[in-house]
Design a protein around this ligand. Structure first.
Ligand code: CO
Length: 459
């Protein structure tokens, strides 16, 4: 029996604890150690890293990836991709999705974990196909959620659809940390009985269930688990790498991780954490255990968003009503998993319903688009009255929304002209236009400065 580990310190732990603000220079010196520790993979890109590099860190995300690859040639590099949405919140046409995947692999990615917020497999198909075409590993992802229609049968069907699509592994993604040990055991077991692929389990420590859930997942046959080096573990991050490695080794599992190297990696990150605590970037609150999500079955991040929304409008006394309305809105929408962007959309609509004193008096633009089918197929049935209110006699989309979009890569490239120095630049611009443009300007300025400096030096 063997259990393998994906280290998340560079991506999900970084994102969950310090809003992805770790610059490349902060972890560059430890990359060789990460490369040699014996991980199955290093999750280091995608999710919010791309946006954060351009928006806050003035780093070229592609260059970051190439630099990581140069120092980590022996361990697979992994990224998280939101299917047809890539790294953003809207759907892109297929030519952009294909180019993005192709360039990600070219620049160093070995494994792409691909998910769709609604578990609509049509929205991951193109990314999966292109990943495989480029010789990388496509990890088909199940967004785990709890609802009357999300049962083992539905998850197994989803995994089988992804297996037929050609994915090489299946990942269970519990973004809210609400998957209990028994649910994990039953789900992994059902997957192992019905598909032939390795199963990867991703959870968060938010509610405190994380390590117990991973224990039961591995007992049921999970092949790979996601963990974070201990000083960046716990709370809204993943369970600790060293703890889980120690525990599984003691139980007789084969674990490839080198405990001495793990200690060196953790020692390296300790001062990085201290600095983040001192600057306020890391709020100790996110490191503690927060069980409210278990009572409400809504992710912790969503609860704090609701509180912030109501506080801003001086209506915090409405919190219990909004909490009660949230699952009703979710039911009306056919039980979408509460992951970005659905968690925000459902929360905003529930708040609007309560504050207006009338349900669906105002319906947000995003919820209208969802009901039209622009985000994909709703997992369950959308409330008929609500659907009628939004669509009238119009029918919802039956095709993929991306099928209605015109190709845009070549057109954007032509429009950008010399501003973009590479196809990667064009993709950065398509993903985050304003941030990329600002980044290009700063980069040009920097190049000019470097140039005049070198002339001075010759003088
Ligand atoms: Co996560």
């Amino acid at each position: 029996m063997k259990v393998q580990f994906t280290e998340t310190v560079l991506r999900d732990a970084n994102q969950s604890l310090i809003a992805t603000r770790m610059p490349f220079s902060a972890f560059e010196p430890v990359l060789e150690k990460l490369n040699k520790a014996g991980y199955y993979s290093l999750e280091c890109w995608g999710g919010a890293t791309f946006d954060s590099c351009l928006r806050y860190l003035n780093e070229d995300p592609w260059e970051r990836l190439r630099k990581i690859k140069a120092k980590c040639p022996d361990t697979k590099l992994q990224m998280l991709l939101r299917g047809q949405n890539l790294l953003g919140y809207k759907h892109y046409p297929d030519d952009v999705v294909r180019m993005f995947v192709k360039k990600s692999v070219e620049n160093g990615i070995d494994i792409i974990r691909i998910f769709d917020a609604l578990n609509d497999v049509r929205n991951i198909q193109v990314a999966v196909d292109e990943t495989i075409k480029n010789g990388a590993i496509a990890s088909g992802t199940i967004c785990f959620t709890i609802s009357p229609i999300h049962n083992l049968e539905a998850y197994v069907k989803l995994a089988k659809d992804m297996e037929n699509m050609g994915v090489q592994t299946v990942c269970i993604k519990d973004m809210a940390g609400i998957m209990g040990p028994q649910e994990a055991y039953d789900l992994v077991k059902a997957l192992k009985e019905n598909i032939k692929l390795p199963v990867v389990v991703h959870t968060h420590s938010t509610t405190g269930l994380g390590p117990i859930t991973l224990q039961k997942a591995v007992e049921a046959g999970a092949d790979v688990i996601d963990t974070a080096i201990s000083c960046f573990s716990g709370g809204t991050s993943q369970p600790a790498t060293e703890t889980l490695a120690y525990s599984f080794k003691q139980q007789g599992y084969e674990v490839d991780l080198d405990a001495d190297i793990l200690k060196e990696i953790n020692d390296f990150f300790k001062p990085v954490k201290t600095k983040a605590l001192e600057s306020g970037l890391l709020n100790p609150v996110v490191l503690s255990t927060e069980t409210d999500a278990l009572n409400y079955q809504v992710p912790g991040g969503m609860l704090s968003n609701l509180v912030a929304q109501l506080t801003a409008q001086n209506k915090l006394e409405k919190f219990p009503e909004v909490l009660a309305e949230t699952p009703r809105v979710r039911e009306d929408l056919g039980y979408p998993p509460l992951v970005t962007p659905m968690s925000q959309m459902v929360g905003v609509q529930a708040t609007a319903n309560v504050l207006a004193g009338e349900r669906y008096k105002n319906i947000s633009k995003e919820i209208r688009a969802y009901i039209k089918g622009e985000y994909g197929k709703a997992p369950g049935k959308i409330n008929e009255e609500l659907q009628k209110k939004v669509l009238g006699d119009e029918a919802p989309l039956t095709c993929r929304y991306a099928d209605t979009l015109e190709p845009m890569f070549e057109k954007t490239k032509a429009e950008l002209g010399s501003k973009a120095k590479s196809d990667e630049d064009v993709l950065s611009y398509i993903a985050f236009p304003a941030q990329a443009e600002k980044f290009f300007e700063l980069r040009d300025e920097k190049e000019k400065n470097t140039f005049s400096y070198s002339i001075k030096k010759i003088d």
